[in-house]
Design a protein around this ligand. Structure first.
Ligand code: ATP
Ligand code: MG
Length: 158
């Protein structure tokens, strides 16, 4: 589904609202945004990452983990590994649904277990499988712009 369409259709169902829009001029600004979002996330929450190929989702995660005392060079794309685990002040489970198709696939990889470990679950391509949403959390949408990227930060309505 096209990103714009998906945002109209699916995000309301997840009870999210647009909290902030940020313009990110380079990859360092993307990491800084990740660090800022990390400060607001609670254990057990999900952080969904949405954006086309190369939008900056993994770069965002580099800044995100630094807030928990994890070195950015530990972060790699989980496209093939499906999940990367980083151990820090909080443990971060970095998943990627790019290669999965449906709810059955999620269950076969033990997706729901990651929410029970007291860490934070971050999911790239969360829009591939809308059933992957887990109650409370935040969604980051990254959009290519001529000069860098635009980041749309959504939060759960409370
Ligand atoms: N704000 C930005 N402005 C310009 N380039 C950026 C910005 N943020 C990240 N990049 C660059 O975009 C490229 C792709 O980033 P990244 O790998 O994080 O994307 P991704 O969304 O995870 O891609 P994939 O869908 O393949 O997993 C990298 O070279 C990164 O340095
Ligand atoms: Mg990536």
């Amino acid at each position: 589904m096209k990103l714009e369409l998906w945002m109209k259709k699916e995000i309301p169902e997840w009870s999210l609202f647009l909290f902030r829009t940020l313009q990110l001029e380079d990859d360092e600004a993307t990491r800084k945004a990740g660090f800022e979002v990390a400060q607001t996330v609670q254990s057990g929450e999900i952080v969904g990452l949405i954006g086309d190929l190369g939008a900056g989702k993994t770069t965002f995660m580099q800044g995100f983990v630094e807030y928990f005392g994890i070195a950015r060079d530990q972060v790699s794309s989980p496209t093939y590994s499906l999940v990367n685990e980083y151990r820090g002040q909080k443990n971060i489970y970095h998943l990627d649904l790019y290669r999965l198709e449906n709810l059955e696939d999620l269950e076969s990889v033990g997706y729901w277990d990651y929410f029970d470990y007291g860490g934070i679950v971050c999911v790239e391509w969360i829009n591939k499988i809308p059933e992957s949403w887990h109650k409370n959390g935040q969604v980051i949408v990254m959009i290519h712009k001529e000069d860098g990227r635009e980041l749309r930060w959504f939060k759960t309505k409370r």
